[in-house]
Design a protein around this ligand. Structure first.
Ligand code: GLY
Length: 393
């Protein structure tokens, strides 16, 4: 088992402007071809043998499909996409009104790329109403004592008094709600959560915990544990990627200088644990020579985080991270993106959702398949390289 040396990684080719255009146009065409099947339904969280089945708006992942539709609409201006996005925003409003699958912190993943995006792009009142309701619901998951938003399950569940690193991407919904309503409660909760999360999920070597428990009686930090990583103490690839993007978002909204070294450390740990082709295995413990599945979604998420953070760094640092993001994207486009409709109705192959191991607590599904956030963040990363993109998050 081995990882690429950072110096070797830095010599890898970057994606060119022409390659970005070709890839993003191709992705948008694939999204349009999917509309007949996926306008009143959503793409499922993961494909099976390369193909997504239609699903109702119930899982934590449906917002990514709507987000793909909005990205493709931004690119093409195609009215069919706008219409589909509007139909889906109505579904999101119904979902929050009927409280379907809302006992989760993933309300940001659900409502930012769907309803906040649709509102920003089209001024949709439905999108705005749905997203504000979702943000208000998300506030209810904040624990004053522990100063964090609880990830999963009922708030009084004895075994779930914890946050997870992924939640950093749920916080932009709260910032947006404060900007939109003037009510500072949303922003205050987001800031407290970011601070608690970054103070606890980052280990001394800048690898990350997937989940972190607190003491319910005192609110004090207790211990880290994995759910979807290989084992406690390893670094789940997507958790590390959420850490990269999440720290960039944390910096964007708080401008806390102490988050810059965290971003750099978490990113370097990720880069130092990549295989030769720059697309990580599902856990960073694994490298070239290990017979393990990849998680291509982590490469796209990390690239988005680097491209976001580059906006706030000194020019030399910014150029470095933009260059690295372009190297990761080049590999994803060349070796992982779907090239042929007979292969898949998704955008990117070889992602891993939830890989059960001897040492983790997750179920087993979506291994070495497309997954819907992998497709979404692939398209977002390309969009960030295509133009100076107004971020949905
Ligand atoms: N947020 C859950 C995952 O990344 O699988």
């Amino acid at each position: 088992m081995s990882w690429i040396a950072l110096e070797t990684l830095e010599q890898k080719p970057e994606i060119t402007g022409v390659e970005v255009e070709r890839a993003i146009q191709d992705a948008a065409s694939r999204i349009i071809r999917n509309l007949p099947k996926f306008t009143y339904k959503f793409q499922k969280a993961y494909s099976e043998k390369g193909f997504y089945e239609p699903t109702d708006n119930e899982d934590w992942t449906t917002g990514f499909w709507t987000g793909e539709i909005w990205l493709a609409y931004e690119l093409t201006g195609d009215e069919r996409l706008k219409k589909a996005g509007e139909i889906q925003m109505k579904s999101f409003l119904d979902r929050i009104d009927q409280r379907i699958g809302v006992e989760t912190h993933d309300l940001g993943f659900l409502y930012s790329p769907s309803c906040v995006a649709g509102y920003k792009l089209t001024g949709s009142k439905v999108g705005r109403e749905a997203a504000i309701k979702a943000a208000t619901e998300l506030l209810t998951r904040f624990h004053e004592k522990g100063q964090f938003i609880q990830a999963w399950g009922p708030l009084d569940a004895p075994d779930n008094y914890r946050l997870i690193i992924d939640c950093l991407l749920n916080l932009p919904l709260l910032y947006w709600a404060t900007e939109e309503t003037g009510d500072t409660r949303y922003r205050d909760v987001a800031e407290q959560h970011i601070h608690t999360a970054l103070a606890n999920v980052i280990r001394p070597d800048y690898s990350t915990w997937h989940t972190f428990f607190f003491n319910r009686e005192t609110g004090e930090p207790d211990h880290g544990a994995t759910c979807q990583g290989y084992r406690d103490g390893s670094a789940w690839a997507r958790g590390q990627a959420w850490g990269i993007y999440g720290t960039a978002i944390g910096y964007k909204y708080t401008r806390r200088e102490s988050y810059i070294p965290i971003f750099k450390g978490v990113t370097e740990y990720f880069l130092r644990h990549l295989p030769e082709d720059l697309v990580p295995f599902w856990d960073l413990e694994f490298g070239d020579g290990d017979d393990q599945p990849r998680d291509s979604s982590s490469a796209s998420i990390a690239a988005c985080g680097m491209l976001e953070m580059a906006k706030y760094l000194e020019p030399e640092d910014a150029a470095y991270y933009i260059g690295i993001a372009k190297k990761l994207l080049k590999s994803v486009v060349d070796h992982y993106a779907v090239k042929d409709d007979s292969q898949s109705n998704g955008l990117v192959l070889h992602s891993t959702y939830s890989n059960h191991s001897l040492y983790n607590t997750c179920n087993h599904y979506g291994v070495d398949e497309c997954n819907i956030w992998g497709d979404y963040f692939y398209m977002e990363a390309l969009m960030r390289l295509h133009k100076d993109w107004a971020v949905y998050w």
